[in-house]
Design a protein around this ligand. Structure first.
Ligand SMILES: Cc1cc2nc3c(=O)[nH]c(=O)nc-3n(C[C@H](O)[C@H](O)[C@H](O)COP(=O)(O)OP(=O)(O)OC[C@H]3O[C@@H](n4cnc5c(N)ncnc54)[C@H](O)[C@@H]3O)c2cc1C
Length: 432
């Protein structure tokens, strides 16, 4: 394994300590490459709601030795089930190990995932590896290295600049570094669908570990899945939900913006399934957040010399395939391998881009056009948004399985291909 001493790519500056930045830090540390994470937030808070880690992401996190720790604070998802808005079952398929994968699918609170990564970074790399309260405002470079400039996010006062051999921008959908590399790009692209997200404490439904997608975007779609078990003596779970509705209006994309029940609850009036009273379930939410479904157009390049983009900074995608975190983790693992391979930091960033850019851009475009919930659109269109007598008369199970299987291939988690492929870290180290 390469060590700090025999790689030139020492002192990697990681800008942004979200999911991608922290997985990159853990991966670099494992390979002996020194790094430091600079995060804008002044303190770590359990932000966000639910997030899914599919088997391809879990393979990487398991290689980092994190599977047991994450599974302890997550729900191991058993199956995916699709319904129309009348509560009729369209399609069901097992997930993760229940589908024969070597790795599970976990549904987890983003705050819990983030907290595990923060603790692991501090334990493995040392307390000073993650520096809070540093908002990056720009990166400069010369032939020898990079200098990143920071301000205090609260006062705006300049902070000491940080030097490194390369800078990796993991600063999310509103990336400052992306703006520096691509100054003419506008704001994120609105999909025409607004989202309201929340968490409700509820008794287990269906298998107790089912990821449900129901309805359709034109009239109101719901995504519902549990993210934490046994939260009280009554055996309730924390259940994540997402209401997605086509609407021309939307607010700016702020992950922490509060949402209002009255803005969307009308779409779910009368949604009472045998196994869940959806309307009552939404009413019982602890809190509601609003977020527009946005992404950005694929970029022609992420790397400029000693600076590159990773995760949402590189390829933010609409959350219709549970792949935002997964693709960021793929980037982080691939890039760590490239950086550990040799002394030329700029060449490593180019090698990473050559491996990842096209694949990630394809996921962005597929999430727009044919993500897994295309199953719901097909049935909605073919039935004219009416109840059906028998699903077989609308669409065959083979056709439904093919729609699901196509996305698995694009996003890199088709079961047999995933089991058979080389380690992402290793692929980077051999030059990809
Ligand atoms: C507060 C928050 C809540 C979220 N909630 C959800 C959710 O509920 N469900 C879901 O599916 N996805 C959620 N996401 C997005 C999800 O984490 C990402 O889509 C995905 O995991 C890819 O990770 P990433 O590391 O690229 O980006 P992110 O996880 O978004 O991380 C980006 C990090 O960079 C930091 N940052 C931003 N600008 C700067 C700067 N200028 N200088 C330094 N640091 C900076 C941010 O504070 C953040 O920690 C959330 C993201 C955030 C930041």
């Amino acid at each position: 394994m390469s060590t700090h001493a025999d790689t030139g790519a020492t002192d990697v500056l990681i800008i942004g300590g979200g999911i991608g930045g922290l997985v990159l830090a853990l991966s670099l540390h494992e390979l002996g490459v020194r790094c430091r994470v600079l995060e804008a937030a002044p303190e770590i808070k359990p932000l966000g709601v639910g997030i899914n880690l599919l088997p391809h992401a879990m393979r990487e996190l398991a290689e980092l030795g994190l599977e047991a720790r994450l599974a302890a604070v997550a729900v191991t998802t058993r199956e995916s089930a699709f319904y129309n808005r009348f509560g009729q079952l369209i399609y069901r398929e097992p997930l993760g190990r229940y589908a024969g994968y070597e790795w599970p699918q976990l549904s987890i609170h983003r705050g819990d995932l983030h907290a595990v990564l923060v603790e692991e970074v501090r334990e493995r790399l040392g307390a000073d590896a993650l520096v809070l309260g540093h908002r990056c405002v720009g990166v400069e470079q010369d032939a020898k290295g990079v200098t990143a400039r920071f301000v205090d996010p609260q006062s705006g006062a300049p902070l000491e600049a940080r030097k490194g051999s390369v800078a990796i921008a993991c600063d999310g959908v509103h990336s400052v570094v992306r703006k520096q590399l691509h100054p003419d790009e506008g704001p994120p692209v609105y999909s025409g669908v607004n989202m309201w997200r929340g968490i409700t404490r509820w008794k287990p439904f269906l298998s107790g570990a089912t990821m449900v997608r129901a309805g359709w975007l034109a009239t109101g779609k719901m995504v519902i899945y549990p993210i934490r078990d046994g939260i009280d003596g009554a055996g309730r779970q924390l259940v994540n939900w997402l209401a997605e509705i086509e609407t021309p209006q939307h607010a700016t994309s702020d992950w922490n913006r509060p949402g209002r029940l009255e803005d969307f609850i009308g779409a779910y009036a009368g949604w009472r399934f045998d196994w869940l009273d959806v309307e009552a379930f939404i009413h019982a939410a602890d809190s509601i957040l609003e977020y527009p479904m946005v992404d950005r157009d694929p970029l022609p390049f992420w790397t400029a010399g000693r600076v590159t983009l990773l995760g949402d900074a590189a390829h933010p995608m609409v959350p219709r395939g549970s792949n935002g975190a997964g693709q960021a983790i793929f980037d982080a693992r691939t890039l760590a391998g490239c950086l550990a391979r040799g002394p030329d930091g700029a060449a490593a960033l180019k090698a990473y881009e050559a491996i990842r850019l096209e694949a990630a851009n394809k996921v962005v475009l597929t999430n727009r056009a044919t993500p897994p919930d295309v199953i719901l659109r097909e049935v909605w269109q073919r039935t004219g948004d009416k109840p059906f007598a028998r699903i077989e008369d609308v669409i065959s199970q083979a056709e439904l399985a093919a729609l699901s299987g196509n996305y698995q291939k694009v996003a890199g988690y088709a079961r047999d291909a995933l089991a058979g492929r080389a380690s992402l870290v290793g692929a980077g180290r051999s030059g990809g």
